[in-house]
Design a protein around this ligand. Structure first.
Ligand code: C2E
Ligand code: CA
Ligand code: CA
Ligand code: CA
Length: 279
């Protein structure tokens, strides 16, 4: 319980203490995750709404510690951000994904784009474009196959920096997508100022469409607005054929969710791409 005002007093509950201990433990172990080879990347397919073909992939980080077991990125990414470990971790992810893409290109199974999540801190700090250009140097053509996802909340936190970084990235061929659209409280006029190529509608709006008529109306409006701005729209968290039908009917361009595939190991993703290629 936290009281603020004149005399502010804070009470720490046992739950809060436990959470703090857990964060400390995670920070300690996460610091060694790279050297101990505990990180790996999985890939989730993103399909064309109309044809069902896999068009792109989202790279998602996984951490498995030998005692703690798998730790969700929803838990360890915030810890990485707080501790500064996000800097080497992001570098590791970028390096791993570019290497995977180069291998897939040779094998003929590289999807048209692979998207990497970048935390707001990293995105707004600058230097990202420079580092990416460096990583892509030995791989001509790959820059046009890479995309970055940045959350709506991070992008509007420092709009100027975000606009600058997105433009820099675009200049080297890397496109940006706004992630978790709708989950923040930003106005559309902010989003409209970002030179992004794609908008990803947050899972919480997709979860209960079409039954939830409010969310259905919001999704419909978001798709209309995005198309009006010339953006491609992706819906996240698609789990049922009913959601798929609705999203298709309102003109959503791309769909992502368990219905089409969970985040999977690179070999499984490659097999999925091969399966849809003409023999
Ligand atoms: P996100 O970027 O919004 O990623 C989508 C999350 O939704 C992923 O969770 C994915 O596994 C999950 N998901 C996909 N389809 C469905 C579905 O149909 N139903 C449900 N219930 N969930 C679905 P994941 O992999 O646990 O990642 C959680 C968050 O952690 C991501 O949210 C992203 O913000 C962050 N994250 C993951 N990898 C990275 C990374 O490499 N760097 C950074 N900075 N953040 C990352
Ligand atoms: Ca994402
Ligand atoms: Ca998202
Ligand atoms: Ca999210």
């Amino acid at each position: 319980v936290q009281h603020s005002g004149g005399n502010s007093v804070c009470f720490y509950t046992p739950e809060m203490a436990a959470a703090a201990t857990r964060r400390m433990l995670l920070t300690m172990h996460l610091a060694h995750a790279i050297e101990r080879r505990e990180l790996h990347v999985v890939y989730q397919p993103i399909v064309e709404a109309v044809t069902g073909r896999v068009a792109s992939a989202e790279a998602l980080l996984r951490w498995t510690h030998n005692q703690l077991g798998p730790v969700s990125p929803a838990e360890f990414i915030p810890v990485a951000e707080e501790s500064g470990l996000i800097v080497p971790i992001t570098d590791w992810v970028l390096t791993a994904v570019v290497a995977q893409m180069a291998a897939w290109l040779v094998e003929g199974v590289l999807p048209s784009r692979v998207f990497i999540n970048i935390s707001g801190q990293q995105f707004l700090r600058g230097n990202l474009t420079h580092r990416l250009a460096e990583l892509l140097e030995g791989h001509p053509g790959l820059e046009k196959r890479l995309g970055l996802e940045i959350t709506e909340q991070a992008a509007v936190r420092d709009l100027k920096a975000a606009v600058r970084t997105i433009a820099e990235l675009a200049a080297i061929g890397v496109i940006a997508a706004i992630d978790d659209f709708g989950s923040g409280y930003s106005s559309l006029s902010y989003v409209q100022q970002l030179p992004v190529a794609k908008l990803k509608i947050d899972r919480c709006f997709v979860e209960d469409v079409p039954e939830n008529t409010k969310n259905a109306a919001l999704v419909r409006a978001a798709v209309g607005m995005a198309h009006g701005l010339g953006l491609v729209v992706v819906a996240e968290g698609v789990e049922t054929p009913e959601q798929q039908d609705f999203l298709k009917s309102v003109g959503c361009d791309l769909l992502q969710g368990y219905l089409f595939g969970r985040p999977m190991l690179p070999a499984d993703f490659a097999a999925l791409i091969r399966k849809q290629q003409p023999a």
